[in-house]
Design a binder for this molecule. Structure first.
Ligand SMILES: [Zn+2]
Length: 334
């Protein structure tokens, strides 16, 4: 044991000697405890490295696909999807990730990918959950990008609030993240064009994943960015949502006749991308309606309705029984 302490002290001292300027070495090696703190300091302030690699979706769309997990110290909130669309000599960005550092590193990775530092003209946020928009401030500061997103971001959050990501992420990942308001919220479809590329922002008129959800559609290339209205490979979180609104949103998405769909969480982007979500919400609705008809009450609903078809999906154990309870409350009121 003593040997171990001694050798780690020697390592600290050696590190210190290489880290410090020559003139300071003599005095600081005499005070071992202070030396150990100083050696640790550079590692603690080094920026978290998200190790981001964009996945090329088609000729002008790339996405960063996050882990199928809750936010943790290890993933630092890289557990949601966000995308870049190259429009001539600019980018349109859909969702901005869990932190300023994340957005900065995503932009750096994209600049490397396309071989140029293109400006980000417009950012679209899918919904108010903070794994999807805390990178906004990076795009506003660096490019003055226009931020299009739900008004709930402005009404529920203000500068200085400590949202979930501020509590969970390591300091060197969340540091520098600022909550800023979005510039534009919509109640009806909003179309815009950047460098000849058309976009449609479609708001869901009812509560779906949250009280205010947008999806983004590119009518020419038929690429649809669904946000958390669609997830695959994992269970959704129904804490702010509504099953009936989710089914309506899935119908609106289907009506767009998309070829590629990027879920808010998940890796499946082909024609089957929405299958899991459709099955999850329709089974939930039908089984809860049946249970209510059979006089099952709130205290029994989690025994009667379990969605075993999804038991191997990520987050099932954490989220499913809560989702069923929320859905029971919703459908029982209808
Ligand atoms: Zn999310």
């Amino acid at each position: 044991m003593q040997k171990k302490i001694l050798s780690s002290l020697l390592v600290s001292t050696a590190l210190l000697m290489t880290a410090c300027s020559d003139s300071k070495t003599t005095t600081e090696t005499k005070t071992a405890p202070a030396a150990a703190t100083e050696v640790a300091a550079p590692a603690a302030t080094a920026e978290f490295d998200y190790k981001l690699t964009p996945k090329k979706i088609n000729d002008n769309v790339w996405c960063f696909l996050g882990a199928l997990d809750k936010p943790t110290k290890e993933n630092a909130g890289n557990m949601a999807n966000n995308c870049y669309v190259k429009t001539g000599d600019a980018f349109v960005v859909f969702d901005t990730g869990p932190s300023y550092v994340f957005a900065k590193q995503a932009y750096a990775a994209m600049s490397k990918e396309v071989g140029a530092d293109l400006p980000v003209k417009i950012v679209v946020n899918s919904h108010e959950h903070d794994d999807h928009w805390l990178g906004n401030d990076f795009y506003k500061q660096k490019f003055g990008a226009e931020l299009i997103g739900p008004s709930l971001i402005n009404t529920k959050y203000k500068a200085g609030d400590k949202t979930r990501m501020f509590k969970v992420l390591p300091e060197n990942a969340i540091e520098g993240t600022k909550i800023i308001p979005v510039d534009k919220s919509i109640k009806e479809e909003y179309d815009f064009t950047v460098a000849g590329v058309d976009f449609q922002v479609i708001p869901i008129p009812v509560k779906a994943h949250t009280g205010e959800d947008y999806f983004l559609f590119m009518p020419k290339s038929k690429v649809l960015f669904a946000g958390d209205l669609v997830m695959n490979g994992r269970i959704t979180s129904g804490r702010d949502g509504a099953v009936m609104g989710q089914i309506m949103a899935l119908d609106m998405i289907k009506a767009k006749n998309w070829d590629i769909l990027i879920p808010g969480h998940g890796f499946i982007t082909d024609k089957t991308a929405t299958d899991e979500a459709r099955l999850y919400f329709t089974l939930t609705r039908d089984r809860i309606m049946e249970a209510i008809e059979n006089d099952v009450d709130a205290t029994e609903i989690n025994e009667v309705v379990t969605l075993p078809e999804f038991k191997d999906k990520k987050m099932y154990d954490i989220l499913n029984s809560n989702n069923v309870s929320y859905a029971f409350d919703e459908i029982d009121m209808l």
